[in-house]
Write a protein that binds this ligand. Structure first.
Ligand SMILES: *[C@@H]1O[C@H](CO)[C@@H](O)[C@H](O)[C@H]1NC(C)=O
Ligand SMILES: *[C@@H]1O[C@H](CO)[C@@H](O)[C@H](O)[C@H]1NC(C)=O
Length: 133
């Protein structure tokens, strides 16, 4: 029958995180892209959320109007008009931007599957940078 024709690889389906791209280090003041890409396979997207140190600052729900929303968080300067789906644009950075960033992607019913991954971001150039001017 049909199922017996599938290899082990084929039967693994559903939501899968592909890449969570957060720069390891940025210079103070630099803009930052946080890019989370995923493969939905046969699922529909319910939400993509971004957290810093476990606090949510951005969510994208295709069913919401508008789909993208941000929440004020110290040091996280989301530019909503340039952010979409899992790609979030921070227009600047400072010492408070440092931290652990987590992307969390959830599928719609019936699977409700959630995948998440974290990356560390550091900000450098904190002292000499200021005294140069
Ligand atoms: C992140 O996504 C944005 C928008 O699609 C793109 O312009 C940028 O190059 C991406 N950055 C990385 C590191 O992939
Ligand atoms: C977001 O980016 C757009 C396009 O570059 C810019 O016009 C706008 O001022 C930015 N908004 C904020 C809040 O930084």
């Amino acid at each position: 029958e049909f199922l017996e024709l599938l290899s082990a690889e084929d039967v693994v389906y559903g939501l899968r995180l592909q890449k969570v791209e957060v720069p390891t280090a940025v210079r103070r003041g630099d803009p930052v892209w946080l890019n989370c890409t995923y493969d939905l396979e046969s699922d529909d997207l319910y939400s993509v959320k971004w957290y810093k140190n476990n606090v949510e600052f951005y969510r994208y729900l295709p069913s919401d109007d508008p789909p993208g929303q941000k929440y004020d968080l110290l040091g996280v300067y989301v530019n909503l008009s340039q952010s979409k789906l899992g790609n979030v644009y921070l227009s600047s950075s400072d010492l408070n931007t440092e931290g652990t960033y987590r992307c969390e992607v959830s599928a719609e019913a019936p699977s409700f599957q959630t995948e998440r991954a974290e990356r560390e971001l550091q900000v450098y150039g904190l002292v000499w940078f200021e005294f140069r001017a």
